[in-house]
Design a protein around this ligand. Structure first.
Ligand code: GLC
Ligand code: CA
Length: 545
């Protein structure tokens, strides 16, 4: 075990960056590594400290690259291995870390392992790189994740005359982790990319590695044991500086299990918290948030949650009750076309009906709750979406740089773009773009830069404990983040109306307060109830001095 790890991920601000969508350097309509390098200065100005880049391996792109056809090279549409290395070097030069994807639950059916498996004799190791069965009644009752697209987790292979197992699309067969040779291959893939200096891996779809009869085939003990092995390997080889960020879309207790005893993943997305932030601002009530935080177990010291508002997938509603899902669908996607699987394929700005105040409020929650914030590209400018596009493509459209051709993303013929730019009247790229916003002191982009810079100056946000206050007014979400001698009082008005709140802060009597966004002095704390008025969708970060 590494003893002197820096835990850099605890202080990080992660930016989710799909190479395909960011900037096209060679005018073929597809973003690429060379293009992303040109935009690193922008990200440095924004203030983010780590870049999570989405799959860039060769792939038939039937699941946007989460269908890997070759783990050892770069899809030529994005560049080559030298471009990748240059990207890592240029990010590092700007003190930004690079996190890449490790998609190991499954491969594309085009991967040579799968093609080889189909030809290999039954019972051979090559055949058993994947999970086969003569009948489709094995592992009965395991839920289907892409339920709008797949009727079963088994698909018949006419060549092999057997079924193969897949938790996602039928063109993404699951690897068989019971086969030791598969495990060895995974170690090799990890070492291959680690040698280029990547700082972390997002472990895609990690709960599904092993299947066991009579279980949900999720989170089984063997999966955790394997993760411990992988972690021990990287800790030993890379001195404990390589991050594992789990994608385990589970209830808090099962999700927290991916931290192990601090010997599995360093970070894991807090999937259950995310939809509850949306519920809370719609219900004008903090109770959904408090409940889920209550259910969230303590985690090992070297671990941290990753928090997020949106990502490249649908806003998933798997970790809510049926009733809450219905509520979320009715409130946030009255048009059924905006729904997909168990979620909503919209971006933050459209979910907030374009309300600047609410976008701010959501970000204030993101940045002040425990966990490392993860931003989704484009949300810092309030980018729109297009749910008339297939699958989750509506939230994966080209980044909007200026009001010129193709939003400044590419010089190609607009018809050749990998996806069309956003031209919805309310969210048209002519006004929602980086250039416009960099020149406007009060733009959402400038505001995002500001919240990031405040966040970085106060360790309590990244590292502090949380003490929940429960004032009588339930529209107010309020807590104290505390780290060493730094205490920050967070007050958030979930309602759209001005509210009054009284907080019991007697334990801090004698301290003065400064509001961090404006720098103004607020009333000093006494042993009497601390009275605040707060505008609709308003918020304060009050530092105690
Ligand atoms: C993860 C990815 C998603 C992908 C799926 C299958 O959930 O975030 O985009 O479709 O894994 O690989
Ligand atoms: Ca290109």
């Amino acid at each position: 075990m590494a003893t002197k790890a820096s835990h850099w991920y605890k202080d990080a601000i992660i930016y989710e960056l799909p190479i395909k969508s960011f900037y096209d350097s060679n005018g073929d309509g597809i973003g690429d590594f060379k293009g992303a390098i040109q935009k690193l200065d922008y990200l440095e100005r924004l203030g983010v400290t780590a870049l999570w880049i989405l799959p860039f391996n060769p792939s038939p792109l039937r699941d946007d690259g989460y269908d890997v056809a070759d783990y050892y090279s770069v899809n030529p549409i994005y560049g080559n291995i030298d471009d990748f290395k240059a990207f890592v070097a240029e990010a590092h030069r700007r003190n930004m870390r690079v996190i890449i994807e490790l998609v190991i639950n499954h491969t594309s059916d085009q991967h040579e392992w799968f093609q080889r498996a189909k030809k290999a004799p039954e019972g051979s190791s090559h055949r058993n790189f994947y999970v086969w069965s003569p009948s489709n009644d094995k592992y009965q009752g395991v839920r289907i994740i892409f339920q709008d697209f797949e009727p079963s987790n088994w698909t018949w292979d006419p060549d092999v005359e057997q079924y193969f197992w897949h938790r996602f699309y039928h063109h993404q067969p699951d690897l068989n982790f019971d086969n030791p040779e598969v495990q060895t291959e995974i170690f090799n893939v990890l070492d291959y990319w680690a040698q280029f200096g990547v700082d972390g891996f997002r472990l895609d779809a990690i709960p599904y590695l092993f299947e066991r009869e009579g279980t949900s085939c999720e989170n089984v003990p063997e999966t955790h044991e394997f993760l411990k092995k992988v972690r021990a390997h990287v800790d030993e080889k890379y001195k404990g500086e390589i991050l594992f960020l789990a994608e385990a879309n589970m209830w808090p207790k099962d999700a927290a299990a991916y931290f192990g005893n601090g010997d599995e993943c360093h970070m894991n997305f807090h999937f259950p918290l995310m939809p509850r932030l949306y519920m809370a601002i719609r219900r004008h009530n903090r109770k959904d948030i408090l409940e889920i935080l209550d259910k969230t177990p303590e985690i090992p010291d070297n671990c941290q949650w990753a928090t997020f508002l949106r990502n490249h997938d649908e806003l998933t509603l798997e970790m809510v009750t049926d009733e809450d899902r219905k509520y979320m669908w009715e409130e946030y996607s009255p048009d059924p076309r905006a729904r997909i699987n168990l979620g909503i394929r919209r971006r933050l700005a459209t979910l907030m009906d374009g309300s600047r105040r609410k976008m701010e409020l959501m970000n204030v929650m993101l940045f002040s709750m425990p966990g490392t914030p993860v931003l989704y590209y484009g949300d810092e400018i309030g980018m729109g979406d297009n749910y008339h596009l297939d699958d989750r493509n509506g939230v994966r459209t080209p980044m909007q740089w200026n009001s010129g051709l193709n939003a400044g993303f590419s010089t190609t013929n607009p018809q050749e773009l990998y996806l069309p730019v956003i031209i919805d009247p309310e969210f048209h790229y002519e006004s929602i773009n980086v250039e416009v916003m960099e020149n406007k002191p009060r733009s959402i982009l400038k505001w995002t830069q500001k919240i990031i810079s405040i966040y970085k100056q106060h360790k309590a946000f990244a590292r502090g404990s949380l003490q929940m206050l429960e004032p009588a007014n339930e529209a107010i979400l309020s807590y104290i983040r505390s780290f060493e001698d730094e205490q920050i009082l967070v007050v958030i008005n979930l309602s759209e109306k001005p509210e009054v709140v009284e907080l019991d802060l007697s334990a801090y009597a004698g301290r003065k307060t400064v509001e961090l966004f404006g720098g103004n002095h607020f009333p000093a704390i006494t042993d009497k109830p601390y009275l605040l008025t707060i505008g609709g969708s308003g918020y304060y970060w009050l530092k105690m001095v």
